[in-house]
Write a protein that binds this ligand. Structure first.
Ligand SMILES: CC(C)(COP(=O)(O)OP(=O)(O)OC[C@H]1O[C@@H](n2cnc3c(N)ncnc32)[C@H](O)[C@@H]1OP(=O)(O)O)[C@@H](O)C(=O)NCCC(=O)NCCS
Length: 191
């Protein structure tokens, strides 16, 4: 699989990660607010971000992942991460994302998800993209609803996070549903 390109939306540039993003990842992903919605390590120690960038590059080279640094078009500020973990034999992928707390509730995640859904369905020709979120993560559920993903059900006590069992709320979208929703006119996934 070729390296993921950069994806431009109205306010965001989603671009490949670079080693120099490590400090920003550690700072933004290291907060408890971000950690509770994800499996990001907490505390987020020195060296972990460098290792994660290298791991994601290796997975990208193997064709089983794509990862984008979410940055602001205006000033290139790094604000978060979004990516797909791909199972090529099934043509499906799991979508994961987080934003630093200062950038919440401005519609950035919704904008980034639309772009990555477009990339996954159009460029990667995936058949299905799904995204689970932990119970109680209403903001994540709302984002998935806003981009048109369908609620598929609850996986009860599926994971242990911070020493307690948590339910997963599962959302998914099929390629055909994406095409019907967006039409064929947009090429950047922003609508
Ligand atoms: C989930 C997350 C990515 C959302 O990012 P964001 O850029 O703030 O999302 P958006 O601004 O595009 O949309 C957020 C929506 O959730 C709503 N929302 C925010 N907090 C909410 C809450 N506590 N209850 C209900 N809705 C909430 C917002 O009002 C908005 O909906 P609206 O446009 O209808 O008003 C961000 O909160 C985050 O990084 N959280 C920590 C990591 C995480 O949970 N990642 C997802 C793992 S599945």
């Amino acid at each position: 699989m070729p390296d993921a390109p950069s994806l431009k939306t109205t306010r965001l540039l989603l671009r490949p990660f670079q080693p120099s993003d490590a400090a920003g990842i550690q700072r933004l992903a290291g907060t408890k607010e971000v950690a509770v919605g994800t499996f990001l390590p907490h505390p987020y120690d020195h060296g972990m971000a460098e290792q994660w960038i290298a791991d994601r590059q290796r997975a990208s080279d193997e064709g089983i992942a794509v990862s984008f640094a979410i940055t602001l078009v205006d000033d290139a500020t790094f604000i978060g991460s979004i990516g797909l973990d791909i199972v090529p034999i099934h043509r499906h992928a799991r979508l994961s994302y987080w934003l630093g707390v200062p950038y919440w509730n401005r519609g950035y995640a919704t904008e980034a998800l639309r772009a990555v859904l477009g990339y996954g369905f159009r460029q990667l020709n995936l058949h299905r993209i799904y995204s689970p979120h932990f119970e109680g993560n209403a903001a994540s559920g709302r984002v998935l609803q806003k981009v048109g993903m369908r609620y598929e059900g609850r996986m009860r006590a599926h994971y242990i996070r911070f020493d307690r069992f948590v339910d997963l709320e599962l959302y998914g979208m099929l390629q055909q549903e994406f095409t019907e929703r967006t039409g064929k006119t947009s090429t950047d996934g922003t609508r």
